[in-house]
Design a protein around this ligand. Structure first.
Ligand code: FMN
Length: 433
């Protein structure tokens, strides 16, 4: 099929906890520990496949979150994705793993094995992470600064992709870098799609650079169409400058959805979840994302100058610069006081949110896709599983009718569906250039 006929919106479902509104776990209808059960992900995977979604996406934070904020248990993503693979046939499987903490050989082995057993459906989402608690779990006294994390990420990606290419008789890897010194090859077989796709999340300049040079897809956080277009064009331009086809890097912002059969019903559902919030948490989360203390934010005032001037020390502010920029831009463009900003962010996630009917959700998706702000979305339903069910059963048919989404899976591998063939090995890029 010609490439232009295959071009449609890419839709992944991002499964975090019991849903994306921060206090969804307090809802009486939900099992707050459901996400500590592999069957939970399998049920969601089946719904996603019913809606012919591209992939199920899992974040990862290899450290304990504050249990006073929400239930803090997690299961390792590639293992859960293996369980989802067992009950699905086509759904892609995207797992997040940090390049700051893992070992590249071990990670390459784990993801290629997942890719093989799933029939070529896996992707690795590379992140550089932000949590000092996670760093301590890996024996680091502090989180390395952003520059060092991204230097390591570039080497890590190069080693992992070289190892994937070494599988099944490919060339052995001889790598000497600032962080890794490796002679090796992988014992795993190549998969039906060759090896996993590479996704990236992190919107700082270094993050966008890594994405444009290496990634097949980017999970971004964008609140306005204008910012979305800018990010989209930036990453595509980096890809072109690196000698890549810009169409080979797909931009997928997060999209939080609260859907009702009428706008009023959607609003009531949204307000019901908001009402579960017990204060404190959203403000502390926003403060952390901005790099200030909660008491430095006045609920009835605009963001303070200190915030607008940038993070106190960009090298040591450990949060995501991409998230931060997205939130500050929204507040300044729309003149929001902190209280209104918190409502708009539903907890400081920095992702676009739609509360409305299936038509309104489809309209947003179509608008961003046609405006060149997104190749698709990482969907973040307010609650699972019903938030995804209503998307699969009511939004997907609308997108199909508009010619924006597939009616059935056209290829069993993720690479085939996204039309991303394996490229020749890229020319080596000197570290730090
Ligand atoms: C959309 C998005 C999703 C992210 N998901 C994760 C994740 O699952 N696990 C993690 O450790 N870090 C995650 N990060 C955080 C980044 O890895 C981290 O903040 C890092 O410092 C780089 O972000 P930056 O380039 O935006 O500054 C995510 C960041 C963004 C923007």
């Amino acid at each position: 099929m010609p490439a232009e006929l295959r071009r449609h919106v890419i839709l992944n479902v991002n499964v975090l906890d019991v849903g994306f509104t921060p206090d969804a776990w307090r809802h009486n209808d939900l099992d707050r520990l459901a996400f500590a059960d592999a069957g939970y992900y399998q049920r969601i995977g089946r719904i996603a496949e019913r809606g012919t979604l591209d992939a199920l996406f899992l974040a990862d934070s290899p450290g304990l979150a504050d249990p006073r904020v929400k239930p803090s248990l997690g299961l390792e993503p590639t293992l859960i994705l293996g369980a989802v693979a067992a009950v699905t046939e086509n759904l892609g499987l995207i797992g997040t793993a940090s390049s700051t903490f893992n070992d590249p050989w071990e990670l390459a082995y784990r993801f290629l094995s997942l890719d093989y057993v799933s029939g070529g459906r896996a992707a690795w989402n590379v992140v550089t992470s932000w949590s000092p608690a996670a760093a301590a779990n890996f024996g680091l006294s502090e989180l390395p600064d952003r520059d060092a994390r991204y230097r390591r990420a570039r080497e890590f990606v190069e080693v992992v992709t070289s190892l994937w290419r070494s599988a099944n008789g490919g060339p052995a890897v001889e790598y000497r870098g600032e962080f890794f010194d490796i002679s090796g090859r992988l014992p795993a077989p190549v998969s039906a799609q060759g090896f996993p796709l590479l996704v990236q999340a992190g919107g700082s300049p270094a993050g966008r650079e890594l994405a444009g040079r290496e990634a097949n897809a980017v999970f971004s956080a964008e609140l306005s169409l204008h910012a979305g277009i800018e990010h989209y064009n930036h990453v595509k331009a980096v890809a072109a400058a690196a000698g890549r086809d810009p169409a080979q890097v797909k931009i997928l912002p997060g999209l939080i959805t609260t859907i009702g059969s009428t706008e009023g019903e959607a609003r009531r559902r949204h307000e019901e979840t908001q009402a579960l919030s017990r204060g404190g948490f959203p403000l502390s989360e926003l403060a952390g994302a901005l790099g200030v203390r909660p008491d430095e934010l006045d609920l009835d005032a605009l963001l303070p100058r200190k915030v607008l001037n940038g993070p106190p020390d960009p090298a040591h502010f450990t949060g995501s610069l991409g998230f931060r920029e997205s939130v500050v831009r929204l507040a300044t463009e729309e003149g929001l006081v902190v209280r209104d900003l918190l409502t708009r962010l539903a907890g400081g996630h920095g992702h676009r949110q739609v509360v409305g009917t299936p038509e309104q959700v489809a309209d947003t998706i179509e608008q961003w896709f046609r405006a060149g702000a997104a190749d698709g979305f990482n969907l973040m339903p307010d609650r699972f599983p019903d938030g995804l069910e209503v998307f699969a059963d009511h939004v997907v048919p609308l997108l199909r009718r508009r010619g924006l989404f597939r009616h059935e899976y056209e290829d069993r591998t993720l690479r085939g569906r996204l039309n991303i063939p394996i490229s020749q090995p890229a020319a080596a890029i000197p570290v730090g250039s």
